[in-house]
Design a protein around this ligand. Structure first.
Ligand SMILES: Cc1cc2nc3c(=O)[nH]c(=O)nc-3n(C[C@H](O)[C@H](O)[C@H](O)COP(=O)(O)O)c2cc1C
Length: 400
């Protein structure tokens, strides 16, 4: 329910600015009180009059205009609103927000704003994939800002790719989830594992897998944003720990097992997202193995089974596993669910192109111990994390 909630809609200067009108209409229809703030260039695409008429509130557009006074009641109201959603967010405005620059109404308000922030980028696919833009997005995510990923499809510039503003109905749903679920996991202790493991062969070589850690970090970040007390045990990744999450780093499966054993007894839920390697070399060479032009045979032994070990000592805890499968996805996941005494398993088909490892989105199936199978559409990892956390919340409510 967003009825009566104060929401700031930030609009920046992209071709999708007209879709902000549709989003505003949806927010107003849900009876939210909306204040629109425009970037320096948004007015080149759409007039403030449209937003003013539909929201019933003055639009904040000029830092040095007549309405610039810090005591302007509508600017104060915007700063103290329940949520800020920027849609569309241009590459330029994202760059300013990520770097703390404040030279227009939107970037000033963003810095002054203390509540939750949602950003819906929209731009040409080349701009979106540019490392500078991606770095800015990662930096903001690490600070707790939520992103509603742009969709793939035909773009205004004539190319096809990822960059189209998420549908206004999807943005509305994200706003509703964020406001409704603000603190809905308060009191819950969630232990999350993420990333790959590395098993050394010698001082300079190791066996690993392409897991980026993005899914596990998304679960940790969203759980923390929703009020849970989160502990993250992470294999080697390039990601920064989400704000407010107690994070422990490790490399080998054995180290991850030790950390899980230490923290599991105190948690309510274990979400085992880490892609733990199944094998490790039976011996680790002290010196670098020399290249002699001969075939090198490796003897591999199984790594410890962290999920199984945790499940053995499970008392009140809910235990959730992930299964990356390349064939018979649902059947293999069901077997793993039973064998490891899990409450829920999240299965994904790693043979499908463009999703899963490294990617920001995935297509997964949730299977619970009662046998219910729920196949989700392709979603961002953040959205998948929220669906998973909704299941955790429902499970906790059933215990009452
Ligand atoms: C016709 C046109 C369409 C544009 N569409 C986009 C867009 O969709 N996304 C984007 O990031 N920039 C877009 N730009 C570039 C931005 O308008 C430009 O970077 C501007 O400085 C952004 O300003 P703002 O962030 O203050 O609104 C477009 C420019 C033009 C001329």
């Amino acid at each position: 329910m967003i009825q009566g909630k104060k929401i700031v809609l930030g609009v920046s200067g992209g071709i999708a600015a007209y879709k902000a009108v549709e989003l505003l209409r949806l927010l107003v229809r849900e009876k939210a009180e909306v204040f629109v703030v425009m970037s320096a260039n948004a007015g080149k695409f759409i007039t403030p009059l449209t937003f003013e008429s539909l929201s019933g509130n003055p639009v904040y557009q000029e830092v040095f205009g007549e309405q610039s006074s810090a005591s302007m009641p509508h600017i104060r109201a915007a700063e103290n609103a329940d949520l800020l959603v920027v849609a569309p967010a241009t590459a330029g405005s994202i760059g300013k927000m990520a770097n703390g620059l404040a030279d227009d109404a939107l970037s000033n308000l963003y810095l002054a704003f203390r509540g939750p922030v949602l950003i819906a980028p929209a731009m040409n696919d080349g701009m979106y994939l540019n490392p500078a833009v991606q770095e800015n997005i990662s930096r903001m995510k690490e600070r707790g800002v939520e992103f509603i990923d742009p969709e793939e499809g035909e773009l205004a510039c004539g190319t096809v790719g990822q960059g189209r503003l998420a549908e206004p109905s999807r943005i509305l749903r994200a706003v509703q989830t964020r406001i409704a679920g603000k603190e809905d996991l308060t009191g819950l202790k969630i232990l999350v594992t993420a990333g790959p493991t590395q098993e050394p062969l010698d001082p300079v070589r190791y066996i690993t897998n392409p897991s980026s850690g993005k899914m596990g970090y998304a679960v940790a970040r969203q759980a923390s944003l929703r009020g849970a007390e989160v502990t993250l045990i992470s294999g080697p990744t390039h990601l920064k720990p989400p704000a407010g999450v107690k994070t422990f780093r490790c490399k080998q499966a054995g180290e991850m097992l030790a950390l899980v054993k230490e923290h599991f007894p105190d948690c309510d839920v274990l979400v085992m997202v880490a892609a733990v390697g199944d094998f490790q070399p039976d011996t680790v060479q002290k010196e670098k193995i020399k290249k002699k032009g001969e075939t090198l045979a490796l003897k591999l032994i199984p790594t410890p089974d962290i999920l199984l070990e945790a499940s053995k000592t499970k008392a009140r805890q809910m235990v959730i596993g992930f299964a990356a499968e390349s064939q018979n996805v649902v059947q293999s996941a069901q077997e793993k669910l039973k064998r490891k005494n899990l409450d829920l398993i999240v299965a994904n088909d790693i043979s499908a192109p463009g999703i899963g490892f490294q990617s920001d989105s995935n297509q997964v199936t949730l299977i619970d111990k009662e046998g219910t199978i729920n196949s989700l559409p392709r979603l961002s990892k953040q959205e998948i994390a929220d669906v998973l956390l909704d299941r955790i919340k429902a499970n906790e409510e059933n215990k009452l």
